[in-house]
Design a protein around this ligand. Structure first.
Ligand SMILES: *Cc1c(COP(=O)(O)O)cnc(C)c1O
Length: 421
């Protein structure tokens, strides 16, 4: 039996239409921006394997650090015990985050990092005997697939089966010059009930790489701060260089109270989540009263192997060549966007750092389920490029190590798709 046949017998894949989806492509090896199938064909990973990979696949330095950790200590309970790798990763990350971030809470993935952040905020108020239980979020937000994370995400086809069970959230529009004052008064009207505001800074990835300006985010953040609404920056996607700076919050002057990380945290090596917070939040749980404890802990909290991948990825991230690569990709994207922006099939292009999104003209459906999406996906795969359009939005966000040749090849395939598909 082939790998595909064996897969189809036993595996249930995420986000895959059961009856009509293309069969999965077995990948047996990765190197740099390339993923190789059994026949040695390279697929250029132009979406960084669902946005997680930043330094390339099977990076030898990360592999070595992980292997060293594995034979020293693979795991230890993280309640009542600690280990040096978790401490070092927290010290080094807090050192490069906004200076108000003082404590690190580990978990398993992006969704759990968000769950922890939401629980920290709700219990922060609960521990002080204050009735602030509402959460503010952006329309079209995506914060994960677990129930709490789903509740603070926009209602969509993905949440439809569960909508009646999701707790109520106040959703507001993305800020722009025309609505910013209105958004501020909406917040002021709700302030005494609002526990926190959760947002994807600068880029709403899953919504279709929707982008908004740092200046207006900053105004919203500082307004929330004034009204004592806690700020949760969900940097699960934008963290670790995606937006051109180390973190999307480096583009604003108001520091958030809480930050969530996952995806790039281990360089795309393994699942891991991190929620950081201020001393003020931590202190609201510091008590002799056992009921003030944050009762949240996953079996694999602060797994030493995941921490070692995080440390190795951080070493690579802080090398000057990574910053150069990020700038090189951003420049390439800018030039390519200029070249195609007047093509009759391009509605708009938008870019933040290493993320370039192109909205295609289409007479038909623009949803995630559009036929154009499926046609483009297959067209790029046949050309050896992994691009997964979100409806009629084609986006590129490659690992930072992608070569100029690989980047040019992706651009050329997008250009030919514009003329041929
Ligand atoms: C992917 C994503 C999540 C969820 O992360 P998982 O590791 O897939 O659970 C949360 N927030 C944002 C902004 C994301 O892009």
């Amino acid at each position: 039996m082939s790998l595909v046949e064996r897969d189809l017998k036993v595996i249930w894949h995420p986000y895959t239409q059961m009856k009509t989806a293309l069969p999965p492509i077995p990948i047996v090896r990765g190197e740099g921006a390339c993923l190789y199938d059994e026949d040695g064909k390279c697929y250029i990973d132009a979406v960084s394997s669902w946005w997680v990979n930043i330094h390339g696949h099977a990076h030898p330095y990360i592999a070595q650090k992980v292997a060293e950790q594995l034979i020293k200590l693979e795991h230890v309970i993280f309640a009542g015990f600690t280990h040096p790798t978790a401490i070092e990763l927290a010290e080094r990350l807090l050192n490069i985050l906004p200076s108000n971030q003082q404590k690190a809470f580990y978990s398993d993935n992006g969704s759990t990092a968000v769950e922890v952040a939401i629980k920290m905020c709700l219990q922060y108020w609960h521990n002080q005997g204050k009735q602030r239980t509402k959460i503010l979020a952006f329309k079209n937000a995506y914060h994960g697939d677990t129930f709490g994370a789903m509740a603070v995400s926009g209602r969509s086809a993905f949440t439809a089966a569960f909508d009646s069970l999701l707790f109520e959230v106040e959703f507001i529009d993305l800020p722009d010059p025309s609505n910013i004052e209105n958004l501020k008064s909406q917040i002021s009207n709700l302030k005494s009930e609002l526990a926190c505001f959760i947002f994807e800074p600068l880029v709403q990835g899953a919504a279709g790489m929707l982008m908004y300006e740092a200046e207006y985010l900053d105004q919203l953040m500082s307004h929330c701060r004034k009204e004592e609404v806690l700020l949760i920056a969900d940097e699960v996607f934008t963290g670790f260089g995606r937006t051109g700076k180390p973190f999307a919050c480096d583009h604003v002057s108001t520091p958030p109270d809480i930050m969530c990380f996952s995806k790039g945290l281990t360089g795309g090596t393994m699942a891991f989540g991190l929620t950081t917070c201020t001393q003020q939040i931590f202190d609201a749980f510091l008590s002799d009263d056992r009921l003030k404890t944050l009762f949240h802990g996953h079996s694999y909290t602060a797994n030493p192997v995941a921490c070692s991948a995080g440390l190795a990825s951080l070493d690579l991230f802080l090398e000057p060549s990574t910053k150069e690569n990020i700038n090189r990709i951003a420049t390439g994207h800018r030039q390519f966007a200029l070249k195609i922006k007047d093509h009759p099939r391009i509605r708009t292009t938008r870019q933040t750092g290493t993320i370039l999104a192109m909205e295609w003209e289409t007479a038909s459906d623009t949803s995630y389920f559009s036929t154009l999406r499926d046609t483009l996906y297959k067209y790029f795969l046949d050309a050896g490029v992994i691009l997964r359009p979100l409806g009629n939005i084609v986006y590129i966000l490659p690992p930072y190590c992608i070569t100029d040749e690989q980047l040019s090849y992706i651009y050329s395939k997008i250009e030919s798709a514009l003329d041929e598909v």
